[in-house]
Design a protein around this ligand. Structure first.
Ligand SMILES: Cc1cc2nc3c(=O)[nH]c(=O)nc-3n(C[C@H](O)[C@H](O)[C@H](O)COP(=O)(O)O)c2cc1C
Length: 184
């Protein structure tokens, strides 16, 4: 997709979904790591997540997380979030409003955990204490506990696309009502 200047909104929308699918399978892609912003009471919170899977038909991105992490509680209170991603190769930024959902059990979770459990990444979900728990000086890591692996899905409701050009920038939005050009 690099090097081609797409002219129509339809071509841009198709290309951005194509690139998101590429990011889900290519660890080097600029959109592989996105920032997810959520509401934390009266404050805003945000963190980096790795894009693991994409269901283009359902417009849904899938992430892995620890069911005890702060974001999971925030999502339970307010399932609206915004994902932000920048790819220097494409020179494209995405800001995506999404409905968030966390699943901590069921076949979708257990089938992915079965694969992940055999890899070093499994340790990320086996810590005996929740992520963010304060650690005393001289803390000795406890042996791994049971898994707290969970799936975080983000169903995209609208996309704000920004292209940074050398001289001209372009911006467009895509949602259920259609697509339109915006002043960058
Ligand atoms: C490059 C990078 C990738 C990360 N990927 C994930 C991820 O896929 N899932 C996740 O839960 N946390 C991931 N993290 C850690 C989160 O950014 C965050 O620190 C952690 O999830 C706790 O966030 P919370 O307290 O808001 O729940 C990643 C951090 C970095 C720097």
């Amino acid at each position: 997709m690099t090097g081609t200047r797409l002219e129509s909104l339809a071509a841009i929308e198709a290309a951005l979904w194509h690139e998101l699918a590429a990011a889900a399978s290519n660890p080097q892609h600029g959109w592989r790591r996105l920032v997810l912003a959520t509401r934390a009471g009266d404050a805003a919170d945000a963190r980096t997540l790795v894009l693991r899977e994409l269901d283009t038909d359902e417009r849904t991105l899938l992430f892995y997380t620890d069911a005890r992490s702060a974001k999971v509680l925030q999502i339970a209170h307010r399932p609206a979030g915004t994902l932000v991603a920048w790819c220097a190769v494409l020179s494209w930024q995405l800001r995506m409003r999404a409905r968030l959902e966390v699943q901590a059990e069921g076949l979708a979770v257990s089938s992915r955990w079965a694969r992940l459990a055999l890899t070093p990444s499994a340790q990320d979900y086996l810590a005996p204490a929740a992520p963010g728990t304060p650690i005393d000086p001289g803390f000795v890591p406890l042996p791994a506990g049971r898994t707290h692996f969970a799936l975080l899905s983000a169903r995209i409701e609208s996309i704000d696309w920004l292209e940074l050009g050398e001289r001209v920038h372009r911006r467009a939005s895509f949602d259920a009502a259609g697509a339109r050009w915006l002043v960058p």
